[in-house]
Design a protein around this ligand. Sequence first.
Ligand code: NAD
Length: 254
Amino acid sequence: MPVLTDLAAQRKALIDEMTMASSIVAFTGAGISTEAGIPDFRSPGSAWTVNKPIPYDAFVASPEVRAEAWRRKFAMDDVSAGAKPATAHIEIAELVRRGRCTRVVTQNIDDLHARAGVPHEHLVELHGNGTYAACISCGTRHELADVRPLFEASGQAPQCRECGAPVKSATVSFGQAMPKHAMQRAAKAATSCDLFLVLGSSLVVFPAASFVDLAKQAGARLVIINREPTGFDDLADWVLRGEIGPVIAGLGAY
Ligand code: NAD
C-alpha cells in the first residue's frame, strides 16, 4: 500500500494507472463534494453534527420525528444551496463521455455527478438522491419545491397525495433497505472494471464500502484518493493522500 503525499507523484501514479486501464469505475463519497461547498459527514465541525440524519425506523414511527427530519433536511439544503459540480465531478464526467469511465458509483445524494453531465445509465446512486422526495409506501415522486412551502406553513411532515403515507427525501436512511437494482449495478461495475478509483470516502458506511473489496477480489487495481487514512488502504495499489481536486485536475483527458 504505497502512500503518496507529493502532488506530482500522485498525479504520475494516477495517470499511469489510468493509461493502463481499459475500464475505470469511480466510487465516490462526500469528500468529492466538499470542494463544491457541500460539507461531508465526518470531517470535524461538519454541519451534519447539528443536523444528524434520523434513522429510518424512528422516521416511520412518529410524525414528530418526521417533522424534525424534514427540518434538518431543509437546514442542510440551505447549507449546500448554490453548490455546483467541482473539478473532480467535471473530470469524471469527461472520462465517462470519452468512454474511459464506465460507471460512477456514488454514495452521494447531492446530484452533482448528474449535473456535471454523467448520464443516468452510467450513474449508480447507492444512497438515493436528496433533490426530490418519494412516498415510502407507493413510491410516488414529490418535488421539494412543493413539499417545502407546505411544511414551513404547517410544521407538519408531508403525506403522499396518492395514498396518505409519509413522504421522505428520496435517500436511503440509516437502517433502511438498500435499493436492490442499484446494488446489483454497483456489483456488476465493481467486478467488471480493471481500475477502481475511490474519491473522497471514509469507507466506513456499509454495504457501500464492500464494493471496494469486491472490485479488488475480482482483480481490479485499486487507487484511493482521500485526505485521511481509510480502513481499506492496505488493499490499495496506491493511496493518494491529499485533496482530490488538484490530483485529478485535467485528467479527464486520460
Ligand atoms: P464521509 O464524510 O464519511 O467521508 C468523507 C471523506 O472524504 C473523509 O475521509 C474526508 O477526510 C475526505 N475528504 C473530504 N474532503 C476531501 C477533499 N477535498 N479531498 C480529499 N478527501 C476529502 O463520507 P462518505 O464516506 O461518503 O459517507 C458518508 C455518508 O453520508 C454517505 O453515505 C453519503 O450518502 C452521505 N453524505 C452525502 C453527502 C453528499 O451527497 N455530498 C454529504 C454528506 C454525507
